[in-house]
Write a protein of this length. Structure first.
Length: 245
């Protein structure tokens, strides 16, 4: 009843964030983990490292804005040694992406081995990776995942619009960091709240006025969400990627 008339597909709060730390207007840590994960896949698919297997994940730690540790857990063939894995990943993954790693704490397969992977080793709810899909746990999240939902669900479309608005504010030099958040009632087109703050947590909501319309149907049309463009968002995050609106 509500969606067919252009209302929000669910209630909830959505957040969007941008900062000037990187060309992607995303936090450095998030950009690095996605680059590491993507290159891990590349090294497997182009057969540079033949012992690599499909399952894997990455993590980095910053202390006082300086990279201090990197963690990669990657599935591998049963024959390869952990020593060879460490050498290969250092040479082909860490140094090309991170540069000098001599001062970094490097953790690789901390359990000692990672032979069995995929669904036969570890299963969970599809779409649960809400933090790595957004801002790596550095920014608040309303709780709704993106993937598996169409554009009438504001969990997805409004979060995209919040990111779009925040990025525009940062690109224009109006803030170093911008967090936009919006709240909806199910079935209603007009949000019940639209708010924005900068890096000093100052209210900059006025920058959104007459520039960004957060009604679901307007978001869908402005961002072209019925093309659809969602398959490209299934891996390596939803933001800061070429070819997306």
């Amino acid at each position: 009843m509500g969606v067919d008339t252009g209302g929000a597909g669910d209630q909830g709060i959505m957040y969007g964030f941008a900062c000037n730390e990187t060309p992607e207007f995303l936090p450095k840590g998030l950009v690095l983990v996605h680059k590491l994960a993507k290159e891990l896949e590349n090294l497997r698919t182009n057969k540079t490292l033949t012992w690599l297997r499909p399952d894997g994940k990455t993590q980095v730690t910053f202390t006082d804005n300086e990279l201090t540790s990197v963690l990669v857990s990657t599935q591998h063939s049963a024959e390869v040694t952990q020593e060879q894995i460490r050498k290969d990943l250092t040479d082909f993954l860490f140094i090309p992406i991170l540069g000098d790693v001599s001062k970094l704490k490097i953790l690789i397969n901390p359990t000692g081995a990672f032979v069995q992977g995929g669904f036969e080793a570890d299963t969970g709810l599809t779409g649960r990776k809400i933090m790595v899909d957004t801002y790596g746990g550095l920014i608040q999240h309303g709780g709704g995942c993106f993937s598996g939902k169409d554009c009438t669900k504001v969990d997805r479309s409004a979060a995209y619009m919040c990111r779009f608005a925040a990025k525009n504010i940062v690109v224009q030099g109006l803030a170093k960091e911008c967090l936009v958040f919006v709240a909806y009632a199910i079935g209603q087109a007009e949000p019940v709240m639209v708010h924005a703050i900068n890096e000093n947590r100052e209210d900059i909501s006025h920058l959104l006025e007459n520039k960004f319309d957060f009604k679901p149907q307007v978001i869908i049309e402005r961002l072209g969400l019925r093309r659809p463009v969602f398959s490209a968002t299934a891996t390596y995050g939803h933001f800061g990627k070429a070819g997306l609106p």
